[in-house]
Design a protein around this ligand. Structure first.
Ligand code: GAL
Length: 716
């Protein structure tokens, strides 16, 4: 046989074999409405195990059984060259959401992602803080690729020549409906490992699929009440005295403040850090933390986990660290008990015992040129790649466990996360700073079981400052990060009053926001929600023909309309942020009537409206029948023994009901039943006018609200 011919036969045989290996996924039920399939030999380390998820079985049972999504029966997998390929069916008209914490787009069909933990670099490529390999379909199911590898997802881009649903072939010369990206009938996934576990979450809607995903991951994190108050991060080299003065200034200005974040300079050395207090700047850490707690202000400590040779734990962790350093610090292998013990012992003694309330876990995402390279390895046997994908989860889980062991809730910041994080008490932030993109990230976080804050740092103008402050007050973490600039909420005196007003409005809304988080925890509904997860929202994701030009759009790619600059906070409140320079904006109102939050007046019904709100306000709308409980404005979040009066606002015309959640706001006793749901009900009396009624729960004595005053905002 001629060598070429031999080669040809050999190659063909391998090719046939590779095709032959393509096999249907063997889906097995794992919880009501949740299935998993194992392909090849899944790796020992994966995302959900790393996150330590504990499925909320009761809540999943309550959501109920659902039939297996028929279309997904056609899913296939193939093992080849030490890699796993998946092909998951995609129907025409289906839209996809998720696939990493993206900042530019919310509609992900027809895009490609290489999901890779990194600092977001300005492009939705998959390189981001939470490269969660999870997508949700508008048809009401979600797919999770439970792999700690750099997973590539072709979200409806590839077209197979043997496709059962081939796209029509069109001629660009003559056919105006020609598309640069023809229809593709599949999501294709490349996992660089010889096996993987995949999960399928069913739902009657995209929201229900997200709920199942979050509940399977243990339900969303319930913050301590103080975590929802305002937080200020002070300049990196502030001393204890300067922090005291900062707290004084907040009091003088009457601004809310629940916790202060200390940046790298609280440590005796930083980059790499020691995790030990700098005794020059903080001569008496214990006394200082205690004094701040007595003032009702908690402290959060910045860290990145890279260990300085001068750290007291250096010797203990050294044998259990990766081959490469980061900023000359050791990169601990947090999968190893030796590392976990060394950190826990030291951090407990030096921070938690003193009363530190939480951490900001920085720089565990990238940037590439700073982090260990992929050629690095770790003593547990994990590769640089795997460790990079899970590092954020590892540090979040470990620190969260320290607080849980004390029956104390924490609320902190993290720059890297991944799938399985729903129950972890951390909010993602970054160094990128585009206000619009920050709002898009808020929308996207809702598909992925992660939380995001559009933190405020500095601004060029008073207008931008106010607009950013207005947005951040409707996010999971109302934060000013002044680590570099020393900005204060009143940095622009010309808008101080408006900034204060919105910060105090957030404080008034805490019972409502806290209830939204309780829904996250008990029902899996994210507190901040993209419009696409909202009932009655039908914005078409239709494409518009793109105009052919030789620079920006050389293939006449179709343009898509995406709704990514407005979102829901909880069930009833629609938030439509304003951006500097804009005098008006369009707001898409879902089906039914919607009312202006401030005036109670009808704003529109299932339509697109244009609003011109002026500088003072961020546009907020409430659905018909929406009930919003408010407490009196205060500079601190409610404490466990506060009993507060409630103003119950009702909007619109419909009779309705709102279940108001409450608990001690500090401990995990809610997991053992120590919580209350109070029923706020608006109904029409015999004369047809609206009346409010409050139905206290059986354990009424535990309710921390009293004196309910109904305000019907919409005048008949
Ligand atoms: C950055 C972080 C900032 C700030 C700074 C301190 O990586 O994103 O928020 O904490 O480090 O060095």
């Amino acid at each position: 046989m001629k060598p070429n011919l031999f080669l040809f036969i050999a190659v063909s045989a391998v090719a046939v074999l590779a095709h032959a290996q393509e096999a249907p996924l063997n889906w097995q039920p794992v919880a009501p409405g949740v299935w998993s399939a194992r392909i090849g030999k899944p790796e020992a380390v994966d995302l959900l195990k790393t996150a330590g998820i504990q499925p909320k079985v009761d809540a999943l049972n309550k959501l109920g059984k659902l039939a297996f999504p028929t279309s997904m029966k056609a899913s296939v997998a193939r093992l080849a060259n030490g890699q796993t390929h998946l092909r998951l069916p995609l129907r025409e008209g289906e839209q996809l959401f998720g696939l990493g914490l993206n900042f530019k787009n919310v509609l992900q069909r027809k895009r490609v992602f290489n999901l890779h933990a990194d600092h977001y670099g300005g492009r939705d490529s998959g390189r981001t803080h939470a490269p969660v390999p999870f997508y949700v379909s508008s048809e009401g199911y979600g797919v999770l690729i439970n792999s700690a590898r750099y997973v590539t997802v072709y979200a409806g881009t590839g077209v197979r020549k043997d496709s059962a649903h081939p796209p029509k072939i069109k001629d660009r010369n003559t056919d105006r409906t020609w598309e640069a990206q023809p229809y593709s009938d599949a999501v294709e996934v490349l996992i660089p490992a010889a096996g993987v576990e995949v999960f399928l979450f069913a739902g009657r809607s995209a929201m229900e699929a997200v709920q199942r995903y979050n509940l399977y991951n243990g339900g969303g994190a319930l913050p301590p009440k103080w975590g929802l108050g305002f937080t200020q991060r002070v300049p990196t080299k502030f001393t204890a005295d300067e922090v005291r003065q900062e707290a004084d200034a907040f009091e003088q200005h009457g601004f809310p403040l629940d916790f202060i974040g200390l940046e790298p300079g609280w440590q005796s050395r930083s980059y790499p850090g020691t995790f030990a207090w700098d005794k020059g700047r903080f001569p008496d850490p214990a006394g200082f933390v205690k004094e701040m707690l007595q003032r009702g202000i908690r402290l959060n400590l910045w860290l990145n986990p890279y260990v300085s040779p001068e750290s007291p734990i250096y010797d203990a962790v050294k044998p259990y660290t990766g081959t490469h350093t980061v900023w000359n610090g050791l990169a601990p292998d947090f999968t190893l008990p030796q590392v976990q013990r060394a950190f826990k012992t030291f951090f407990a003694k030096e921070h938690l015992d003193l009363g530190i309330s939480g951490y900001k876990i920085d720089e565990i995402d990238g940037y590439d040129q700073w982090l260990w390279p992929d050629v690095a390895s770790f003593p547990s046997g994990l590769s640089g790649e795997q460790m990079r994908q899970i590092y954020g989860l590892l540090v979040q889980r470990q620190t969260a466990d320290w607080f849980r062991a004390r029956n104390q809730r924490t609320w902190g910041l993290v720059r890297g996360s991944n799938a399985g994080a729903s129950a972890l008490p951390y909010v993602i932030y970054n160094d990128y700073y585009d206000h619009r993109d920050f709002i898009t990230a808020l929308c996207n976080s809702s598909f992925l079981g992660v939380l995001w804050t559009p933190e405020v740092r500095a601004s060029k103008t008073a207008e931008e400052w106010l607009r950013r402050m207005q947005s951040v007050c409707f996010s999971p973490l109302a934060m000013l990060n002044a680590w570099a600039d020393g900005t204060k909420p009143w940095t622009f005196p010309e808008v101080e009053a408006q900034v204060k007003e919105v910060a105090l409005l957030r404080m008034r809304l805490l019972p409502y926001i806290y209830t939204a988080f309780a829904q996250y925890h008990f029902e899996g509904k994210p507190p901040v929600r993209a419009m696409y997860l909202t009932e009655g929202f039908t914005a078409s994701s239709q494409q518009q023909a793109g105009k052919l030009d030789s620079t920006a759009n050389p293939y006449a790619t179709a343009l898509r309309q995406e709704v990514k600059d407005q979102f829901m906070l909880g069930d009833n409140l629609l938030v439509a942020p304003m951006f500097a320079g804009d005098k008006s904006r369009k707001v898409i109102l879902p089906a039914g009537k919607w009312y202006d939050f401030y005036t109670g007046k009808l704003a529109g019904a299932g339509e697109i409206i244009t609003v011109t709100p002026g500088l003072d306000q961020i546009p907020l709308f409430v659905r018909d029948g929406g009930i919003i409980p408010l407490i009196p404005a205060a500079t601190r979040a409610p404490k466990h023994d506060d009993i507060l009066p409630v103003e119950v606002r009702h909007y619109g015309e419909s009779a309705s009901r709102f279940a108001l959640y409450d608990d001690d706001g500090e401990t995990f006793d809610y997991e053992r039943g120590a919580f209350t749901w109070t029923d706020l009900m608006a109904s029409r009396d015999v004369n047809g006018s609206l009346q409010g009624k409050v139905e206290l729960p059986q354990n009424a004595r535990a309710v921390r609200y009293h004196d309910f005053k109904w305000v019907f905002m919409t005048k008949p």
